[in-house]
Design a protein around this ligand. Structure first.
Ligand SMILES: [Zn+2]
Length: 556
């Protein structure tokens, strides 16, 4: 890199320790070596030293321009890191580009030189007209430079128009797919998302769809996204719907989180963790919409859509950690808990994607009910977007998001905030289903089965306990994570080893801990997980029927 150094004795350069959108300290500088600094005109070497784990200080010795060279090890193929092999380079700016202290707001120019065999360079940065074909780009500032991932190599690509702008899709490693089908489905998603905010802030958009046997997920950027899926996803209807959900999720983020955002989420502090109570909103509400968008576009049936909601209710009310941690805490501590999960996480933490998504249902139902069928969550999203992202061009505070909901929902917003977002009360899903004329019931299907309370997997020695549900039968018997269970009632343990038992049955299991023989005895219990279903109330009021129609896009 070449840096303007006029009038500076020392240049300080640094590499982010995290990638915006993924709330974990990744220490990208551990992959950087062969750092070297020269006077760009004379070629003389300049002295430098490390001044933080992720920063370098260079003495300019009066140079007008300084040239920095360094090497980055890139061997992690994910949307949150960078990867290079003989066929492609998939680069995430925050893991490879240094910033120059004090010069972040200046224009940055990127020139790429490709190996001979590689013909394509995809990025949402603006190309510089008149320079080497498609290989020179301009970013208005450092934030934009690192918010535009680069995909280099040779890969299938196509472009479609939707919501008034071109959308480029590049698909490294894709298996067989029917372009017209993928294009039609993505176009429907783009238009349904744009309709909610009634505003398309981009002039162009890039989808990078990486294909890998393992891995997955996506990372949002202001005018692009990187998604990862399996090469054969296009021929597997169930998985394909999940993939479309990911497309909807990341596209929705171009508004929610990239522009409508908590105040610490841009401009970013790349040196350290940034804390917000509202990832349940940025991620959870986005997760609520990813399925809802599929429902609205007809890409997901009402039946499947309702099943995903019921599964969500079951999972939220069945998760022990929901009693220990609030949604707001889960968001704040994402850096040390959600992103650094261990075998005890299910007992102590909330999954803010899942519970936040269910809060989307709660808020949407409550808004349609409160407004007498006049407006739902879409209106609040649009209101907040126009106020904070467009008019004021800043992030919202803790009070402002609550006020936005209070304005549209009245005092029920306070109760939802106190009980379910900052509090740890179990969500009263029955009440919110009732708003849509649905009678929600726990069928207690699970309660009749015996429950041990340890999860694990088979290995050569027996059944390795990988996690334990606090307060369960296994917990009370003294089983620990890492124990190897070898025998119960003369049988070798397997995943369904207690199928012949009932709650209340005496139970004995043998095992090993650190090579020592262990015997565990106790009583099996019934699980506390709910299993919800709902039915339409034949006496539903006309408002309840309207709320149902608004939530599910079909007649009651
Ligand atoms: Zn997300």
């Amino acid at each position: 890199m070449i840096i303007d150094a006029k009038g500076t004795d020392t240049l300080q350069l640094a590499l982010p320790v995290w990638a915006p959108g993924s709330y974990m300290i990744r220490e990208f500088s551990r992959n950087l070596d062969r750092f070297e600094a020269r006077d760009a005109e004379s070629g003389l070497q300049l002295m430098w030293k490390k001044c933080r784990k992720n920063a370098w200080a260079v003495s300019t010795r009066g140079a007008n321009r300084v040239q920095i060279r360094y090497r980055v090890y890139a061997n992690e193929y994910s949307v949150r890191t960078s990867y290079i092999d003989q066929n492609q380079a998939a680069l995430l700016g925050s893991s490879v580009f240094l910033w120059v202290e004090g010069q972040q707001a200046r224009e940055h120019i990127l020139r790429i030189s490709l190996p001979d065999r590689w013909k394509q360079a995809a990025t949402s940065l603006s190309p510089i007209e008149g320079e080497a074909e498609g290989l020179s780009f301009r970013a208005t500032h450092y934030d934009e430079l690192v918010d535009c991932p680069l995909q280099l190599g040779n890969f299938p690509e196509f472009t479609f128009e939707a919501a008034g702008i071109p959308h480029q899709v590049v698909m490294p490693g894709a298996g067989k797919f029917t372009r017209s089908k993928v294009e039609q489905d993505m176009k429907a998603i783009v238009e349904a998302c744009t309709e909610i905010f009634d505003h398309q802030p981009n002039k162009n958009y890039l989808f990078v769809i990486q294909h890998a046997a393992k891995g997955g997920g996506g990372l949002e950027h202001a005018n692009s996204t990187t998604l990862q899926t399996r090469a054969d996803v296009y021929n597997q209807p169930e998985r394909y719907v999940d993939f479309l959900g990911l497309v909807a999720h990341e596209y929705f983020h171009l508004w929610n989180v990239k522009r409508l955002r908590p105040e610490v989420l841009g401009p970013f502090d790349y040196n350290r963790e940034v804390y917000t109570h509202h990832l349940w909103f940025s991620e959870g509400i986005t997760s609520y919409y990813d399925n809802l968008i599929l429902r609205r576009t007809g890409l997901m049936s009402t039946e499947k859509y309702q099943k995903t909601l019921l599964d969500g209710f079951n999972a939220v009310l069945g998760n022990r950690g929901d009693a220990e941690q609030s949604l707001a805490e889960s968001s704040y501590d994402a850096w040390i808990k959600f992103y650094l999960r261990n075998e005890n996480s299910g007992n102590t933490t909330v999954f803010y994607y899942r519970k936040g998504s269910m809060m989307g249902f709660v808020l949407d139902a409550a808004l349609w009910h409160h407004s007498g069928g006049q407006y739902g969550l879409d209106s609040v999203m649009k209101w907040m977007y126009s106020r904070y992202a467009i008019q004021e061009q800043r992030g919202f505070t803790d009070n402002e998001i609550k006020d936005a909901f209070r304005l549209h929902l009245g005092h029920e917003a306070d109760s939802i905030w106190d009980r379910y977002i900052f509090g740890r009360e179990p969500i009263d899903f029955k009440r919110y289903a009732r708003y849509a004329g649905l009678v929600l019931k726990d069928t207690q299907d699970y309660a009749r089965k015996a429950y041990f309370g340890a999860a694990g997997s088979r290995n050569a020695d027996g059944w390795l306990v990988t996690s334990l549900w606090e307060g369960s039968a296994a917990w009370k018997m003294g089983v620990q994570t890492g124990d190897i269970l070898t025998q119960c009632a003369d049988k070798e343990p397997d995943s369904d080893w207690i199928r012949d038992y009932k709650p209340g049955d005496a139970f004995k299991v043998e095992g090993k801990r650190d090579g020592e023989k262990m015997v565990f005895k106790g009583t099996l219990e019934s699980p506390t997980f709910p299993r919800f279903m709902w039915t339409r109330d034949p006496n539903a009021t006309s408002l309840e029927k309207t709320v149902y129609e608004r939530l599910f896009q079909e007649a009651f």
